[in-house]
Design a protein around this ligand. Structure first.
Ligand code: RP5
Length: 165
């Protein structure tokens, strides 16, 4: 694993998203993937967001995860400034309970892709796993860790006992 800089940047539109997005950081930690997390808003800090994305690549970032709620444009704005993979996580809550966030994140115009995950915690965890999967293309040890994790999960499911059965 290359030591110094973060390979994944986890961005979120507000500190209020952190409760959910910690799950992405934890997932990356579980796989030993260096990452950093920042609050940056598409609407409230547009210049700083663009600057962060432009400089992240030169620091070694290879995958962006961007989370926002409501008018959730952060992932799209990040994708507008990089050709690296951008994974969008729609936040739950707000006026339409996350459906607004999902549609704002997923409905990108042709040419500027955002890989959009599920709303909320499941999406936050899966964004971490998908980032690991992308990195595993050039880091074979991560592929082995992913395979081991799938096996552990399958064993856990198969070992589930149902009350009364
Ligand atoms: C979005 O608006 C953020 O990503 C957050 O999900 C939502 C509300 O932000 P706060 O009002 O909690 O700062 O930009």
């Amino acid at each position: 694993m290359p030591a110094p800089g973060p390979l994944v940047a986890i961005l979120m539109g507000s500190k209020s998203d952190w409760e959910t997005m910690q799950a992405t950081g934890q997932t990356l930690r579980d796989f030993g993937v260096p990452h950093e997390s920042r609050v940056l808003s598409a609407h409230r800090t547009p210049a700083e967001t663009a600057e962060y994305v432009r400089t992240a690549e030169s620091r070694g970032v290879q995958v962006f995860v961007a989370a926002a709620g409501g008018a959730a444009h952060l992932a799209g704005v990040v994708a507008a400034h990089t050709v690296l993979p951008v994974l969008g996580v729609p936040m739950k809550g707000w006026a339409l309970d996350g459906l607004d966030s999902l549609l704002s994140t997923v409905q990108m115009p042709r040419g500027i892709p955002v890989g959009t995950l599920a709303i909320g915690k499941a999406g936050a965890v899966n964004a971490g796993l998908l980032a690991v999967s992308i990195l595993s293309l050039s880091l074979p040890e991560l592929r082995e860790k992913l395979q081991a994790q799938r096996k552990r999960e399958a064993e856990r499911i198969l070992a589930e006992k149902l009350d009364g059965e």
